[in-house]
Design a protein around this ligand. Structure first.
Ligand SMILES: [Zn+2]
Length: 204
């Protein structure tokens, strides 16, 4: 499995291009990216999917356009699905760049195994940053969205945010294997063990 990180837009969101021989997955295409577009365009013979960690504008902003340009489906956790068509909830109204409302094709539940070609993602509901944020565990890689960062945690002062809920979610992530690599929505990578030991906000 190959993973490439693109850093997109003014908020430096990490958009991940995940590929194998049989699958091409774009995680969190928040802003327009020719590279993400070409990635899916060049994967016509593979199973493709656009996967969203949560419903904030900086993670979803290019999803709808990318999906229609490449005939790819969009998946998101069930409790953040409404955010795709609510500009006050996805914060695009607040940041002065309202999005065209759209819908996801696939709604994911906590604990669900999602198969794309030969890749398997486990869906882990991790509320706190948003009500319906999810992390995706794929082998020994965890795509943690804005739930857990290297040395930090997601903001909890937006609509639907809760520090208590986030803390519980992160503690749940800390029960995963220590050597799992953390690829988050912003900033650099880390490991579960690193964050358990050194995260200044939530320790394991
Ligand atoms: Zn966010």
């Amino acid at each position: 499995m190959e993973i490439k990180a693109l850093v997109l837009g003014v908020l430096d969101v990490n958009c991940y291009l995940v590929s194998t021989e049989k699958a091409a997955v774009v995680i969190d295409p928040g802003f327009r990216s020719v590279e993400a577009l070409d990635f899916l365009k060049n994967a016509k013979d593979k199973e493709r999917l656009i996967l969203l960690t949560h419903g904030h504008f900086d993670h979803i902003g290019y999803a709808d356009e990318l999906a229609s340009l490449t005939d790819t489906k969009i998946a998101i956790g069930e409790f953040d699905a409404p955010a795709l068509s609510e500009n006050t909830v996805n914060l695009s109204a607040l940041f002065g760049a309202p999005l065209k409302p759209f819908c996801a094709d696939i709604i994911l539940a906590d604990g669900q195994m999602l198969n794309v070609g030969d890749i398997e993602f486990k869906v882990i509901h991790t509320p706190g940053h948003t009500v319906g944020g999810v992390c995706y565990l794929c082998g020994d890689t965890l795509f943690s969205g804005d739930t857990l960062f290297a040395g930090s945690i997601g903001r909890t002062d937006f609509p639907g945010g809760s520090f208590e809920a986030l803390k519980t979610s992160i503690k749940k992530l800390y029960t995963s294997n220590d050597d799992i690599t953390l690829l988050s929505g912003h900033g650099g990578s880390s490991t579960i063990l690193n964050e358990k030991r050194h995260n200044p906000f939530v320790r394991g």
